[in-house]
Write a protein that binds this ligand. Sequence first.
Ligand SMILES: [Zn+2]
Length: 320
Amino acid sequence: MKRAPVLWASLLVLLTAGCGGGGGEGPAAPLHRVAPLPSAREVAWFRQMAAFADAVSNLSEQAAAPGPAGLKALAALRSCGPIFRSSVGAAPSRRQRAAAQAVLGACADFARDHLRAGDRALNESSSTIFLRSDGRHLPERGGLTAESRVEPRLSQVVAALSGVPGTVVRCWSLPDWLALIDERGAYTGGAVDLRADGFVSEGRRVNLAPRMCERLVRFVYRGERPARGRTKLQLANTVLTLAHETVHVSQGANEAVATCYGLQRMRRASVLLGAPRRYANSLAELAWTGLYPYGLAKAHSPQCHNGGKLDLHPRSRVWP
Ligand SMILES: [Zn+2]
């Protein structure tokens, strides 16, 4: 299945809309100091680097195609390192020199025609940029807690839904979420803000806002099944958000596709989260009737309906 190179793709997602509206990762970071926000010079350099990395991501995607277009992209990728040095230039700070090294490492992979390794290195370079999120290791912790963690039950569910092994859910505490949104907001000129429900980073990390994790945790660990009203609508939106992010992991950055496929993943998501089938069905139907028509379910597509181009099971009458 085609996968968009996700760090830069998801960064662009964040720039336009935000998605708003396993196992542990080693030892917990020492009681973390919050990394300082980027300076204006760092932001300026980052933007050039992000544009470059985005172009490289696109080339890497094109290089996988057979024929002359693929060969042309491959040839361009081999010059990735020299072009980076001449067009992006030297990083203004130590932490960004680490980011530049990561990108040049990806370029070295591309120069050897190791496309997958290059894509991976490019994705992982975000840990040297987004020091308040991807740059942090989180402990794995299940159950009723509000601290920043890798959530094991939710991680199982997103790995199953995305079909991409190693997909994890990172739940953030409120102070950490505020700090990481500040950082992303600085890098994106304020395009990322607290309306974001979640986003994908490093290809396989589903980052969720505290309010999203809180509802999911009550759903999974306490078996809370609101019967109606605003609470159930919020839950439907939350399960949709989770499913939507798993589409970004497996299929890339298109928001309307992520929402439409996410809607169609909701029944399975809810069952995997522990809901009885009937309740799972009712959540998917509520998202379709109570959120989607009112622009409350993220991005729309006119092709998102029973029998439409985005219907994953065109021969089935079940929808979504
Ligand atoms: Zn999204």
